[in-house]
Design a binder for this molecule. Structure first.
Ligand SMILES: [Zn+2]
Length: 333
């Protein structure tokens, strides 16, 4: 909705600024809002966009090559540091900047994308894990991380956390340095991260940077918060449980096939009926656990009435973790 009519001087002022290369957003005309300026630009059919002008590119190249400026020092009117960074990369790719090597961006192949989908999306691995496991040997951690981001495979919680990542401002950094040199010395990185509302990796980074990183022993002593220990325990338990389940199914298969083999060969051993499953197995230690009683003289060796398969099942149902996780799976055959 147009408000006050635009005067001729106002329009001239506008055109002058546009001609002077001032980006539309930075145009200043007294008593006119951005909405008003945008309206009149449309009405006057002046189309503007954010494309880099030749002058801007020349200026950028000069600042990089001649003045050897680094990113934070480069200034291009109307361009953000991110825009400057992107343009610099494009120029480098086109070989317009002879400093530094032109890092070609290699597109992810279908196989690589399939690997990413499998580990990153289906199995929920992090970029760090995929990188360290060597699943994509030709890709750096950063490359994998970025690719996962583009595919939207990141863990939503983690992604959200990363988005809200907070950086320390200059004064904060001073206070923070004092803190980790002093009071924070004996705190875990996790705890410090919590206190300051920053990522644990950031804490570790500064610890290394200020040379107050903890020794291995110190780190062990302070880094295990209760919450972390519990989390790790849960992961380990789930892992062991899976291993045991797999082990059991394999063991049951083995015992069944062994029993059949022995039968076919006409095994002469006595048979014994399991009191739990009522199956008839050969009365061999392979199928029934035995127990040696050292106090008895005669029949010292006794055989369980429950077969090994049932014993395993009972153990599983009881969820007896002490026996489940304490000992390693033994081989029976
Ligand atoms: Zn049984």
């Amino acid at each position: 909705m147009p408000g006050k009519r635009w005067t001729r001087t106002e329009k001239q002022l506008l055109k002058k600024q546009i001609a002077g290369g001032i980006p539309a957003h930075n145009i200043v005309i007294e008593n006119r809002t951005w909405n008003g300026i945008a309206y009149i630009l449309r009405a006057l059919r002046i189309f503007w966009n954010n494309r880099w002008t030749k002058a801007q590119i020349r200026s950028l190249v000069r600042q990089i090559i001649k003045e050897r400026k680094r990113l934070p020092d480069i200034y291009i009117e109307g361009k953000s540091p991110a825009a400057v960074n992107n343009q610099r990369r494009r120029l480098r790719l086109r070989g317009k900047l002879d400093i530094g090597q032109a890092l070609r961006k290699r597109k992810y192949s279908d196989e690589e994308l399939a690997i990413l989908e499998h580990y990153g999306c289906k199995l929920g691995w992090t970029a760090r894990q995929i990188c360290e496991a060597g699943m994509l040997p030709n890709r750096s951690y950063h490359s994998i991380s970025k690719a996962m981001g583009r595919q939207g495979y990141g863990d939503p919680v983690r992604v959200e956390r990363a988005k809200q990542a907070r950086r320390l401002k200059r004064e904060e950094r001073k206070n923070f340095e004092q803190f980790i040199r002093g009071d924070g010395r004996k705190l875990s990185s996790e705890r410090i991260a919590e206190l300051w509302g920053i990522a644990r990796n950031t804490v570790n980074f500064y610890r290394r940077k200020f040379g107050v990183s903890l020794s291995w022993h110190e780190a062990r002593a302070v880094s295990s918060t209760v919450e972390k220990r519990q989390r790790l325990n849960e992961i380990r338990r789930a892992h062991l449980k899976r291993r045991w389940t797999r082990y059991r199914t394999e063991q049951i298969k083995r015992l069944l096939s062994l029993q059949q083999r022995l039968k076919r060969r006409g095994c002469q051993a006595r048979t014994r009926v399991c009191k739990s499953c009522a199956c008839e197995w050969f009365a061999l230690p392979v199928f029934f656990p035995t127990h040696t009683d050292k106090r008895k003289r005669g029949a010292r060796i006794s055989m369980s009435r429950t077969c090994r398969i049932c014993k395993m099942k009972l153990k599983l149902e009881k969820g007896d973790e002490s026996t489940m996780f304490g000992e390693k799976p033994r081989s029976f055959v």
